[in-house]
Design a protein. Structure first.
Length: 289
């Protein structure tokens, strides 16, 4: 059985990892800043063993924490954006303290999971991991789909409307989304102990889809009503997305980052070492909405 420590549970990827990363052969311990708030936010059954510990403010909980026989740590990028200097410094502080805990637990193997939007801002992260002399791998992943992901939240808002206003550039944009639960299965199956050390590797979805086709896959799983489509320009698309559909600013900002940074990534580095079968998108959308 592998023992794994995870951090970044305030993020979507980390939060659901506390529910789905653990299996009978993969024991997961998670670190959360405020356990009571976390338990109120999480709507699914948590399977990981959680500890309340603040990686930004050391205290007794941090000083006394240790896991025996730790195999490796997984750190999910915690801050909204690495291109903001203040957020970057917070990220580096949390990562530094996470690495210290892993070393204290007898293992210096760390997997840092970043997003495509972080791709050009990872040098400080890599420099820190090099300076700390750990066996690291940086994983840069495509956007995920799944229950409560930003794409699912936006699609859910749109699905409630009879008329869909869209900007054709967005609707026809192609990308390779990742089924969320496949990410956790992939993390479990990769042979981290002896591979990808001091490397940056990429993880992208297997299928190429447009945002329009993915939305209608979502719609077929959640609603049977027919929709009327009206094409509008960029200005009105932005205005109507927020006001007409009642989508909050944070989701819109994250959706814009998806639009700007998403691309087809090369999975060949890890595929040379480990085969992996992705869940077909159509089946996954029906399963995790």
């Amino acid at each position: 059985m592998k023992k794994v420590l995870i951090s970044g549970l305030n993020t979507y990827l980390g939060r659901r990892a506390s529910c789905y990363l653990q299996t009978k052969d993969f024991h997961v311990t998670g670190l959360v800043r405020n356990l009571s708030i976390f338990n109120k936010i999480v709507k699914e059954k948590v399977t990981a063993k959680l500890f309340e510990l603040d990686l930004l403010r050391k205290g007794p909980a941090y000083d006394n924490f240790q896991i025996s026989d730790l195999n490796f740590g997984i750190y999910f990028t915690q801050v909204p954006s690495l291109d903001n200097d203040i957020q970057l410094q917070l990220e580096l502080l949390g990562l530094r303290n996470f690495v210290e805990i892993c070393k204290r637990s007898g293992n210096d193997r760390v997997i840092y999971v970043a997003r495509l939007m972080d791709e050009h801002f990872l040098d400080p992260v890599r420099n820190l991991l090099e300076a700390l002399r750990v066996q690291y791998t940086i994983v840069v992943k495509s956007s995920v789909i799944g229950k409560e992901s930003v794409l699912n939240r936006i699609f859910g808002k749109l699905a409630k409307k009879q008329t869909i206003f869209y900007w054709n550039w967005v609707a026809s944009l192609k990308f390779h989304p990742l089924p969320l639960l496949d990410v956790y299965r992939w993390l479990r199956e990769m042979p981290w102990e002896n591979n990808f050390i001091s490397e940056v590797i990429y993880l992208g979805g297997h299928e190429e889809v447009t945002f329009r086709s993915l939305f209608y896959q979502f719609l077929s799983s959640t609603s049977s009503s027919q929709k009327r489509e009206i094409g509008v320009n960029k200005f009105f698309a932005k205005l109507l997305l927020s006001r007409f559909n009642d989508i909050n600013k944070e989701d819109i900002d994250e959706f814009r980052r998806v639009l700007y940074y998403e691309k087809n990534v090369d999975n060949s580095t890890w595929q040379k070492v480990q085969t992996f079968e992705f869940t077909p998108l159509k089946a996954y959308v029906s399963m995790d909405t």
